[in-house]
Write a protein that binds this ligand. Sequence first.
Ligand SMILES: Nc1ncnc2c1ncn2[C@@H]1O[C@H](COP(=O)(O)OP(=O)(O)OP(=O)(O)O)[C@@H](O)[C@H]1O
Ligand SMILES: [Mg+2]
Length: 449
Amino acid sequence: MNESDIYVGLDIGTTSIKAIVAQTIDGQTNVIGVGNEPSAGVSRGIIVDIEKAAQAIRKTLDQAETKSGVEISSVVVGLPADLISIDRCSGMISLQDQANEIDNQDIMEVARTAISSNLPQEREVVNLIPEEFKIDDFDGIADPRGMVGSRLELVGRVITGPKTIIHNVRKAVTQAGVTIDQLVVGAEAEGKTILSDSEQDFGTILLDLGGGQSTAAVIHDNELKYIDVDHEGGQYITKDISSVLNTSLKDAESIKREYGIADAQAAVADNEFPVEVVGQSQPQKVNEKLLAEIIEARLDQILGRLKDKLTAANALGMPGGIVLTGGVASMPKLAELAANTFGMNVRVYIPDKMGLRHPSFALGLALVNYATGLSDVDQVIRTVFSVDAPLPSQADQATEQPATDQYQAPAPAEEEEGGLSLFSRRKQPKEPKQRKKNGFNFSFKNFFE
Ligand SMILES: Nc1ncnc2c1ncn2[C@@H]1O[C@H](COP(=O)(O)OP(=O)(O)OP(=O)(O)O)[C@@H](O)[C@H]1O
Ligand SMILES: [Mg+2]
């Protein structure tokens, strides 16, 4: 088996770690093995104990290796949405010899100029997405290689993340004995796999409802335009069930999965089930409606906060509606509850691959698809911010801040006065873009121009 044809998507989740092993033959990607083990050292999507996380990752990779019969040497890893920024950027280089055709080196150089300035010390580049290249006065060029000119310009978006979080991901994965092919913001990969072409084009909200966090992303004009995270997820629903019904977390989790319904209105009070209650010798009967009320109360809070963030970002009302995924999305009637909360069309995404038919696997699969779908130019650009950079020395690490689970989601972006919805803005005639060379000087609201 040719190793270059193997891609492994690694999703380091709060509740479980998933590894999807896929083989690409003639452009066709087939999943050949899956690892799925309980997580450790991860809180609300962030690695807070590198050693424990590394062990859990290793266990997952061992399982994936056994299932696929492939020795895994490198992985494509998903990054949490915490403190991720998406900023406009541009860079320009002069081409020395106008007779020489533009090549990979020129692409790398112009990409470097686009990301090199104004990058705060505590942030690291995760991706640079070119929107267009310009050669002299010609714009709208997707791949300038093989062309000639005197000036090459790149206009795009740079995605950056906090070094601390990224460092811990990189270190835990490396400690698990594999190298990193690529670090990808989870929602960026998910958008490409989960959403149809028109959903990505016209604009859709993607909600990944995981165990320890819930992520909202807006994909519009085929790009990730907005991302934010709420630090609660399915684990909180389980905790609520456990404390209200006075039952163990383990029992609460299985009750949730077996009898849980997201929308209390759809639950039937006559449907009862037994619950082992702490301090009682006999199981107690609990009805479906009470359980649904507990679940809905927590979901209302999570969805409500996400709605507030999306509203503040002027990102509601996407024509593509809302797509739900992540483990919590397997809860019956969640789509109905979300449709009520947001007043938008909602569908649930479940991967349609044997052995992966659960929304928990959405990210792992998306990471594989993302890596196999990168264009040549994207791949060249990615070499500029190598994710496998050497780890800092022990001395450097001593001064480093450990990641904690205290990260606050970034403050919602300012709402633009009298702002239009993303969709209607898209239809506005484009004003000349004010661009500051090589900079990160664009406020968030400019994305929606
Ligand atoms: N059938 C189900 N009904 C309700 N909840 C479910 C069901 N199946 C899984 N879940 C919940 O989904 C959550 C796990 O989802 P997922 O695997 O997407 O999270 P994760 O990736 O580990 O965590 P995160 O993305 O928050 O870091 C758990 O809270 C689990 O209880
Ligand atoms: Mg997850």
